[in-house]
Design a protein around this ligand. Structure first.
Ligand SMILES: Nc1ncnc2c1ncn2[C@@H]1O[C@H](COP(=O)(O)OP(=O)(O)O)[C@@H](O)[C@H]1O
Ligand SMILES: [Mg+2]
Length: 440
């Protein structure tokens, strides 16, 4: 766009200058007409008179020139103005068609991202540009997408560990699935992540579109997902009570940013432990924005999400609001407290599926039962008052009626006092206990 501002700006400045010249010239012309035809000149001193007589003649002469110049300039302006406008329009058209051709060469309508980028998240103008990366570079960085580099997998392919030239480690998500849904999720993720910037939201470094292959490149999160930490080989043993509270607080901060600070607001729509990633210091970041929707946009989107995390009103009526994310956050809180999966297979025959929410709700409000269902790794390691408080927050988030659920901002404020100052909260605890927050 800046390309077109320059000639327009110059044109505007020229017209503006021309107008000033015309206005400046008018009083002089008027004075001279009066001076020449009617009133006699005041009697000047000899010296003054010579100078004045000469100057008056000169003025009359030069004013005539000025009038001719003004007439000539205005007629020139009348001819040049439409001509320049025509030229600018043609240049703009040419530029647009060239940009479209570039997009087509890359195989993806990049302009659609750009158009949407301009319409939203105006407060994030300082966000660094997401790079378009070369397929061969990513192939080399991931050892030709080798199995040994796989960090995790999801609905649309695998995520590989990659090493870029400059010793920068990254996570590379390769979408193998060519369905329309996969392409739409890819576009949504690029669209949203290229606009948002927050310490608790994963950073998208770049993307690549190479024929049918679509790739997303993120900052690497060394401690993987919360799901792997809780339900993987370490069985939650790396996560102390304080560390879990920090993860809950970070997650709430990421959601608060999406719900309250993005314009238009964003609903994540797929909040779950496998989409909460942990860096080397267990800072939690929200990831996987493929299903996210901008509030205010068409909410009649296809029913999506993950069983066990989906709010009842969304599942039954397709009603989607920020409170759907609050419900999913409640389920994540239960996972952190109880280290149980949201839907568990019962060991009986035939095996039945048990909903964590249905099973846990009555016990969360019973202070005598609550400690017995807590993950044994953290049981009795926290102040019981804090445990009751977190359980109460979870119960509120999991209310079947969305309007009874708190806003994520309220959840965030209730968690801040439970997290040590050193981990981003306001709780003051003995130094040795904070150090222990990271030690299993
Ligand atoms: N930036 C990352 N750093 C480390 N591991 C990651 C990263 N991104 C994804 N993963 C791993 O890959 C898994 C799937 O990634 P995700 O973005 O959720 O893809 P999907 O859309 O297929 O679910 C995650 O649960 C996590 O284990
Ligand atoms: Mg995922």
């Amino acid at each position: 766009m800046s390309i077109f501002i320059n000639p327009l700006f110059i044109l505007f400045i020229s017209i503006f200058n021309f107008q000033i010249a015309t206005i400046d010239a008018r009083p002089n012309m008027l004075n001279n007409i009066i001076h020449v035809s009617s009133s006699p000149a005041p009697v000047p001193s000899m010296a003054d008179s010579g100078i004045q007589a000469g100057s008056s003649n000169h003025k009359t002469h030069s004013n005539k020139k000025l009038v001719i110049a003004v007439i000539a300039a205005s007629s020139l302006g009348v001819i040049l103005l439409p001509l320049m406008c025509l030229l600018i329009c043609r240049r703009e058209k040419l530029f647009r068609s060239r940009a479209n051709r570039l997009d087509q060469l890359r195989g993806l309508p990049l302009s659609s991202f750009i158009t949407r980028t301009n319409s939203a998240f105006k407060q994030n103008s300082q966000k660094q540009l997401v790079s378009v990366m070369d397929y061969s570079l990513l192939k080399a960085a991931t050892n030709n997408f080798h199995e040994s580099e796989i960090l995790g997998s999801g609905g649309f392919g695998c995520v590989y560990k990659g090493r870029l030239d400059d010793n920068l480690f990254v996570a590379v998500k390769k979408l193998d699935n060519e369905s329309r849904d996969a392409l739409k999720e890819f576009q949504t993720e690029v669209d949203i992540l290229s606009k948002v910037q927050h310490p608790n939201i994963i950073t998208l470094l770049g993307y690549c579109v190479d024929d049918e292959t679509k790739i997303l490149v993120y900052e690497l999160m060394q401690n993987g997902s919360l799901d792997t930490q809780l339900h993987g080989p370490s069985c939650g043993s790396n996560l102390t009570w304080h560390c879990r509270m920090k993860i809950a607080l970070d997650t709430a901060r990421g959601l608060e940013y999406l719900h309250e600070h993005c314009k238009p607001p964003v609903i994540h729509r797929d909040l779950k432990s496998s989409n909460i990633l942990l860096d080397s210091r267990y800072n939690a970041k929200l990831a996987d924005f493929g299903l996210a929707v901008m509030d205010g946009a068409n909410k009649n989107v296809k029913l999506s999400g993950t069983l066990g995390y989906v709010a009842p009103e969304y599942l039954l009526d397709g009603k989607l609001t920020d409170k759907s994310d609050v419900y999913a956050f409640g389920v994540v809180l239960l996972e952190l407290l109880l280290k149980r999966r949201p839907v568990e297979k019962q060991k009986q025959t035939p095996p039945e599926r048990q909903s964590l929410v249905t099973w846990a709700m009555p016990q969360l409000t019973d202070r005598s039962k609550l400690p017995s269902i807590i993950d044994p790794v953290i049981r009795d390691t926290m102040d019981p008052k804090h445990l009751y408080q977190v359980a109460a927050v979870a119960v509120l988030c999991l209310q079947p009626e969305p309007s009874y659920r708190p806003l994520i901002t309220d959840v965030l404020h209730s968690l801040v006092p439970l997290v040590p100052v050193e981990l981003g909260g306001t709780l003051r605890v003995a130094e040795n206990r904070v150090a222990a927050a990271f030690e299993p």
